[in-house]
Every structure is written in C-alpha cells, then in structure tokens.
Design a protein around this ligand. Structure first.
Ligand code: DAT
Ligand code: MG
Length: 151
C-alpha cells in the first residue's frame, strides 16, 4: 500500500456508556464482549452513578426536547459503565454495533436490536450510548474522564 492510501491517520476514540438499564440487567460484559470481538480496544473503564450536572453537559444538544428530563432522570437513576474505546473508525463502527436509537426498530444483530426493547416510558431505554462524531467524542471523553488519567 502506498503512503497516500495507507490508513494511518484514522485511529479514533469513542465514548461508550452502558446505560443504567444495561447495567441493571447485567449486560455490561456482553456489551464489552461485542466491542472486543469487533476488534476495538478498551482504553479506559469506570463504573459510576452520574449526577445531573454531568448528564446535562453530556446531553446538552437535547435540552428542551420532550424526552430531555426523562432522559436525565433515567440516566441518573443507576450505575453506568463508561468506556473509552479505540480503533480505526471506531466512532462509526460502534454506532453500527449499537444499532438504531429506537430499540424496536434496531436491527437484530445490533446491541439495541438484540438486547433492547420499548418499555413504554417517556424516554427510550436502549442499553448503550456511543459518540456520533470525532468532535462529540473529544467533548464527551473530557466529561466522563476529566482527570487526564487517559493516555
Ligand atoms: P443516540 O443515543 O442514538 O445518539 P440521540 O442522541 O438522538 O440518540 O438521543 C439520546 C437518547 O435519548 C437516545 O439514546 C434515547 C433517547 N431518545 C432519543 N430520541 C427519543 C425520542 N424521540 N423519544 C424517546 N427517547 C428518545
Ligand atoms: Mg446521540
């Protein structure tokens, strides 16, 4: 492969959350298994119950939407696993692993399609979060891993 086509500059990091529904249901290992089976590596891992201040920063783009307050209630209502994953094009790749936002519509084979369902709540509980762009990933990693311990 020539220098110009070598895929050397696309190593990315993405912020993944196993949300409280996934944590409560014992699906943290299954989500991490799928990430590793895909070939991405785990660069940082933490278990915590996020407070609303952290979640308001994380979900700032959704402020004012009808599901925003239910989303913060849901996400602050239990432990989550926060992970930084690493690999070429892992932002797009993890979004593909996760599947569509609506777990009813998410395709079988995806995390949300295989493991999620609609529970009739005001906010969709869909097991995982994954960053949607390099800019979001950088912003979100700083929110969840703020102490610079990540190398
Ligand atoms: P994603 O998590 O797929 O990036 P998003 O950023 O648009 O989706 O929304 C954040 C979360 O909010 C999403 O994972 C589930 C919930 N949500 C989004 N749209 C919703 C809707 N129309 N009704 C209920 N919950 C919704
Ligand atoms: Mg999103």
């Amino acid at each position: 492969m020539s220098e110009s086509t070598a895929n050397t500059s696309s190593v990315e990091r993405s912020l993944v959350l196993v949300k409280p529904d996934g944590f409560r249901r014992g699906l943290t290992g299954e989500v991490l298994r799928r990430i590793e089976a895909k070939g991405y590596t785990i660069a940082a891992l933490a278990v915590l119950t996020p407070d609303r201040e952290r979640l308001a920063k994380h979900y700032a783009e959704h402020e004012g939407k009808p599901f925003y307050e239910p989303l913060l209630d849901f996400m602050s209502g239990g432990r989550v696993t926060a992970a930084v994953i690493e690999g070429e094009r892992c932002i797009e790749g993890f979004r593909a692993l996760a599947g569509a936002t609506d777990p009813t519509a998410a395709l079988p084979g995806t995390i949300r399609g295989d493991l999620g369902r609609d529970w009739g709540e005001k906010v969709q509980q869909n097991i995982v979060h994954g960053s949607d762009s390099p800019e979001s990933a950088a912003r979100e990693i700083a929110i969840w891993f703020p102490d610079g311990a990540l190398n």
